[in-house]
Design a protein around this ligand. Sequence first.
Ligand code: UFG
Length: 329
Amino acid sequence: MKILVLGGAGYIGSHTVYELIDAGEEVVIADNLETGHIEAVHPKAKFYKGDIRDRAFVDSVFDNEKIDAVIHFAANSLVGESMVNPLKYYDNNLCGTKVLLESMVAHNIDKIVFSSTAATYGEPERIPIMEGDRTEPTNTYGETKLSMEKMFKWTGKAHGLRYVSLRYFNACGAHVSGQIGEAHKPETHLIPLILQVPLKQREHISIFGDDYDTKDGTCIRDYIHVTDLAQAHILAVKYLMAGNESNIFNLGNGVGFTVKEVIETARKVTGDPIKAEIEPRRAGDPAQLIASSEKARTILGWKPEHADLEEIIATAWKWHSTHPNGYAK
Ligand code: UFG
């Protein structure tokens, strides 16, 4: 198969490319390198630098390459930024996807796997969260991802395109080789921020609120290893190639950890005391987000292989301790 990975130089995209190439697939990457890193591009993948909002660019990739399916990661994904600059998210996430779909329809490419998020649910109505539960995003990022899902749905009905939307919970960890990993600027995610303390880049980790209705008062999240997410994309492509209908799947381990538990595990992995300080709640954080991924397990045959939090943090530590400045030289 020849797979086009849009956003293949980003965090989850680059890990998916590594898994695809390990599985013997042919990979073409398109990325504008706005948040992606050229160093994260697998040497065996063919790389096109460009933006999905540029119709001529997208057309040229489809004209040059005989693509069997698309995996779409090309989007902005910072919740905080999306609230300050919502139109940036509408422009890149929605306008970009519109141009992409126009080009796919024109080139008769009818299969797409899409990077969605638990943020499509907003405040959950129950735990664990099921795919059919209420979707009421509480931030622009989640809203644009939900709108992208709908764009696939209605384009699919009109033009016969089929899609799989994968709603990730808290993506984390790094490739077991330590060659690629998480490198966001600014970094907002819990695990890389915790690891900045033993790296001496940060004096302490802030715990955003300890008065939630949870076992130790801190927020609970479902942390899922990036390589397990990557595997789910491959299974989703195969699912579409086998002729199955469009579908939506949650991806998480189904187990929640509190912020304090994550910090404690990082202390164990790094051997560093990692100072933590309680600070006020961060606006918009639900107390608890845990996925039911039964549907992905049953229908896609997905089985996370790095579910242990200590192992997840160990892979992240391997990457961050050898690349303290990310991909920067
Ligand atoms: N947290 C801290 N201190 C920090 C950073 C985070 O206590 O310095 C806490 C947050 O309050 C939250 C937990 O750690 O309770 C995890 O926070 P992250 O920012 O790592 O992740 P989120 O759960 O906020 O966000 C993730 C994805 C988003 C996605 C969202 C779905 O990163 O892309 O899940 O709700 F939108």
